[in-house]
Design a protein around this ligand. Structure first.
Ligand code: ADP
Ligand code: ZN
Length: 517
């Protein structure tokens, strides 16, 4: 048997392993059940392709995207590896070739679309050809709660049991819930060797800014990056179209992309983005899976992503070539409100909704971080690190203030007005602004009326946003989004914990330091 290291040089022409790859490769070769969590672009495919060459027999690879399977098969073959795919995209002669190679015992890697597992002939066929390893790419597709759920992935557990061979699962989605579901469904609940590696992408600069005039903010951001390829993520289809138009009017080459376009239009857009230099795509999250453009120099979020995982995946599309890449994420109270209501109004069961709120909280914690963002981000994925020197908060440390009193006043006004009002009205009460709504409701009679005169309205706006970001208050879907106090706020109200907030995000968001690559 050739040593893994040698195969790495000979077959792939790589100088060495990437962080984490070697340990995973060793474990998979040794026949251990493994779960590897690595970020997109981290080099997961090598971790099953290389062991496949070291082991006898065939490695079956289950993967959700036909295009990706075909790509991998193509490059393996170009490197002289016997690989083939059985998917609905095959021509008849391709399928025949695969079966011929299987029957001759030559094939080392057999890529299978999950749907194949449902066909009656598949299991007997796999039993006949001598499978020695099952590799599952994008293993989070087994999670019913995730947005990538593929029902046929649920058949993989049975496949593993019937074959009685080791299974190696790979995903970029690291949250504990999805991980637990993978362990249950793919490994019958028996913990596999788990690896979590390489989440840091030090070349990507992290930056968040409070959204005040998103269009202008994005336009000025793009202006500083003329000629560079980048992605702007938006929360809705119509925003993508409008913003792409605005960029074109400002003389930037920009196209839009969303799931409302027909498949051919989408394919064209993807192709243009891959091939043209300096093109900007304004897209919903539908854009990105399967895009392998190494020189995307920046990713901007015009709207807050849905979760910290989503954020990580989306910014991770920048700087795959290792060169400097920049990101900007805009967020504001409206984003928080929208994301909360999307969760609340969804069809998911209650415990699922709470988990989703938790994931959103993790992202908001990052948005409202008071020190190095990368530490917060990597900490979420379970990696320890020091201050990175490549995020807005490392470059310009946040000004903090003890906001305990302010937060308690805000909570008090939330409670005294019956947990039914939005921040605007609550701030009117706090600052002693006698609007007609304040007077009609008798809120000018409350002891908290004008109790917060010491802060300006914008300052209170920032306090409320940060309180929403810390999940101390939430919009109530049953009360038109009026704010209510969460359990997390009780210790604050009782004076048991201090709250430190950022003072500087009160300043206009457009003053963020834009650093040009
Ligand atoms: P993932 O599936 O984790 O998103 P891939 O397996 O597609 O990532 O790998 C991403 C890129 O990194 C590919 O272009 C691959 O050829 C390259 N790559 C993987 N491992 C190495 C390595 N050890 N050295 C150099 N390049 C590598
Ligand atoms: Zn940092």
């Amino acid at each position: 048997m050739t040593a893994p290291e040698e195969l790495l040089h000979q077959v792939w022409g790589f100088a060495g392993f990437r962080p984490g790859q070697e340990e995973i490769v060793q474990a998979v070769i040794a026949g251990e059940n493994t779960l590897a969590i690595m970020p997109t672009g981290g080099g997961k495919s090598l971790c099953f392709q290389l062991p496949a060459l070291c082991r006898d027999g065939v490695t079956v690879v289950i993967s959700p995207l036909i295009a990706l399977m075909r790509d991998q098969v193509r490059s393996l073959r170009a490197a002289g590896v016997e690989a083939g795919a059985l998917t609905s995209g095959n021509t008849e002669s391709e399928t025949e070739d695969v079966f011929a190679a299987l029957d001759a015992g030559r094939l080392k890697l057999l890529y299978l679309a999950p749907e194949r597992l449902a066909l009656p002939g598949t299991l007997p066929m796999l039993r006949r050809v001598g499978v020695s390893l099952i590799a599952v790419d994008e293993a989070h597709c087994v999670s019913q709660w995730g947005h990538d759920f593929r029902p046929d992935y649920l058949r993989i557990g049975e496949l593993r049991r019937t074959m009685g061979v080791p299974l190696a699962a790979f995903t970029a989605t690291a949250d504990a819930e999805t991980r637990a579901e993978i362990v249950t469904r793919l490994f019958d609940g028996v913990e596999p060797r788990t690896f979590l590696r390489g989440f840091d992408r030090p070349n990507i600069r992290l930056c968040f800014a409070v959204k005040d005039s998103p269009r202008e903010q994005i336009l000025s951001y793009v202006k500083l990056r003329k000629g560079q390829s980048g992605i702007v993520y938006c929360g809705s289809r119509s925003k993508c179209e409008v913003l792409a138009q605005a960029l074109r009017e400002a003389d930037h080459p920009a196209i839009y992309y969303h799931a409302g376009m027909d498949p051919e239009e989408r394919r064209q857009a993807e192709l243009r983005f891959q091939q043209e230099d300096g093109l900007i795509v304004v897209a919903t999250v539908a854009f990105g899976m399967g895009i392998d453009k190494p020189d995307i120099r920046w990713v901007a979020h015009a709207d807050l992503p849905k979760s910290i995982e989503g954020y990580y995946q989306e910014i991770g599309r920048a700087g795959r070539d290792g060169g400097p890449a920049d990101t900007l994420t805009l967020y504001g109270p409206e984003d928080i409100r929208l994301r909360r209501s999307q969760i609340d109004e969804g069809a998911a069961p209650l415990e699922r909704k709470e988990a989703d709120h938790g994931r959103l909280n993790a992202l908001l914690g990052l948005a409202e971080a008071t020190a190095c963002r990368r530490q917060v981000l990597l900490g979420y994925f379970g990696e320890d690190s020091g201050p990175c020197g490549n995020c807005d908060l490392c470059e310009r440390p946040a000004k903090l203030f003890d906001a305990t009193e302010a937060v308690r006043k805000a909570l008090s006004v939330v409670l005294r007005t019956g947990q039914r009002f939005g921040a605007g009205h609550l701030i009117d009460v706090l600052t002693g602004t006698p609007t007609s709504k304040v007077k009609e409701r008798g809120h000018d009679q409350l002891p908290t009326y004008a109790a917060g005169k010491d802060l300006s309205k914008p300052a209170w706006g920032a306090v409320f946003r940060q309180m929403m970001g810390r999940d101390l208050i939430r919009p109530d879907p049953e009360q038109n989004g009026g704010l209510y106090m969460t359990e997390a706020a009780r210790p604050v109200l009782r004076g048991e914990v201090q709250v430190t907030l950022r003072a500087d995000t009160v300043e206009k968001a457009s003053s963020y330091v834009a650093k040009v690559n």
